[in-house]
Design a protein around this ligand. Structure first.
Ligand SMILES: Cc1cc2nc3c(=O)[nH]c(=O)nc-3n(C[C@H](O)[C@H](O)[C@H](O)COP(=O)(O)OP(=O)(O)OC[C@H]3O[C@@H](n4cnc5c(N)ncnc54)[C@H](O)[C@@H]3O)c2cc1C
Length: 383
């Protein structure tokens, strides 16, 4: 067992940390305030190869390992969870999913352009009436000659209003449960495809979240991802990728909370000494340190399993559950360190606190992670 980062991982960490400080930190608060999608940051991430970190070189990526992929999510999450979310969806939910399930033509057509940021992708699974219970989705895909005709609505879709392609999950057989779902790669410029942006979110305010509305969208059969009836498997494997970078992003955000709280605690003087010298403040710092370090180890363990190419659903869910709950504990304590100043937009802790909240909700709520973890060990599904 080796807990050291490789030279490559260290290099990626320094590069992304520098990019984050120089390009993201100066505009993050303003983008959050104005709900402004960070187009220029996304463009630069593409140019620097950040989206391509874990993508194999033959598909236009850097060919780095899964721990480097987590490190990118961590460093982006440390300063701006909206940007981290864009990265997670683009790379984990879309590019890696096409790499895993796509045929050679699909991989060549989409993955290099996702890796370079030339196109953006989104992942459309959730619907207005189908969240945790994804199999109950109502979107349909009806065969028509060389195409399928898609109808339905997808809700809460990250990158939905800015994406060039959407992975859409729809029922090709309404009576076959999970085996009746098929995944499609849909060009968002196809007639009948429209979006509605969702505003005034609690957090992730510079990330785009949208409803997708599909009305008689004609999708050629060559755009089926995987096989007809295997879409639920595609979606679940995508979540194994996605939950990994959510967990890594939580570690980064928790580290960001810790860093700003530490700086403040060393400067703020009450009762004649820096508040960092008060025992109850130190207790909060000790709790935060233990939480963050435990979360980081869980994430890197998943990276290790992914590098080995072995199944890791259980370990991903453990990391996602722990880290998403952990970042909320850490954000709460870090804000407490700021006292009343934490309650205003003067310090980034206010944004970090709001951004932490989503993590126990999306890509499977904490309750759903628990049901998956327990099922993996007990062998009895609670669904
Ligand atoms: C900002 C944001 C971005 C998102 N991005 C995407 C995206 O890019 N793509 C996408 O497809 N979706 C996305 N989502 C959707 C997200 O994944 C869902 O919101 C999530 O899966 C929960 O579904 P729901 O909101 O319908 O809640 P529900 O499923 O209605 O759950 C409500 C509550 O009931 C609990 N619950 C449900 N079933 C059970 C059970 N069997 N046992 C115990 N408790 C249960 C849940 O844990 C939760 O507490 C996003 C959501 C948000 C808010």
């Amino acid at each position: 067992m080796n807990f050291d980062m490789t030279e490559e991982q260290q290099m990626i960490k320094s590069m992304v940390a520098e990019f984050a400080e120089k390009e993201i930190v100066p505009v993050a608060a303003e983008n959050d305030l104005n709900e402004k999608f960070p187009w220029s940051i996304v463009k630069k991430m593409g140019e620097l190869g950040i989206f391509g970190t874990v993508i194999p070189e033959e598909y236009g990526g850097g060919g780095f390992d899964n721990i480097a992929h987590a490190i990118v999510a961590e460093e982006l999450g440390r300063v701006d969870s909206s940007v981290r979310g864009i990265y997670s969806v683009q790379v984990s939910l879309v590019a890696l999913t096409i790499l895993k399930w796509g045929n050679e033509e699909q991989k060549k057509k989409y993955v290099p352009r996702l890796a370079s940021g030339e196109i953006l992708g989104c992942f459309g699974l959730t619907e207005p009436n189908s969240g945790s219970d994804a199999v109950s989705m109502q979107a349909t895909a009806v065969e028509d000659g060389d195409s399928y005709i898609l109808n339905g609505n997808k809700m809460w879709i990250t990158n939905g209003g800015v994406a060039d392609i959407a992975l859409i999950f729809a029922k090709t057989d309404k009576n076959a449960g999970a085996r009746g779902i098929t995944a499609f790669i849909v060009d968002t410029k196809t007639p009948g495809f429209s979006t509605r942006d969702i505003h005034q979110k609690l957090g992730l305010r510079s990330s785009n979240t949208a409803e997708l509305i599909l009305t008689d969208v004609r999708v050629p059969k060559e755009n089926i991802l995987g096989e007809v009836g295997k879409g639920f498997k595609v979606a679940m494997s995508a979540l194994d990728f996605g939950r990994y970078t959510v967990a890594a992003g939580c570690v980064g955000l928790a580290q960001g909370c810790y860093d700003v709280a530490k700086k403040y605690a060393l400067e703020r003087v009450q009762f004649g000494k820096p508040i960092a010298g008060h025992q109850l403040i130190q207790e909060m710092f000790a709790d935060m340190i233990v939480d963050i370090e435990a979360g980081r180890l869980l994430v890197y363990r998943v990276g290790h399993l992914k590098n080995k190419g072995v199944p890791n659903t259980r370990e991903v869910c453990v990391a996602k559950l722990f880290c998403s709950e952990m970042v909320n504990r850490v954000a709460y304590k870090a804000l407490q360190v700021f006292g009343g100043y934490g309650f205003s937009g003067e310090f980034p802790i206010e944004r970090y606190y709001r951004d932490a909240r989503i993590n126990t909700l999306y890509e499977g709520t904490s309750q759903i992670q628990k049901l998956i973890i327990a099922n993996k060990d007990l062998g009895i599904s609670a669904f």
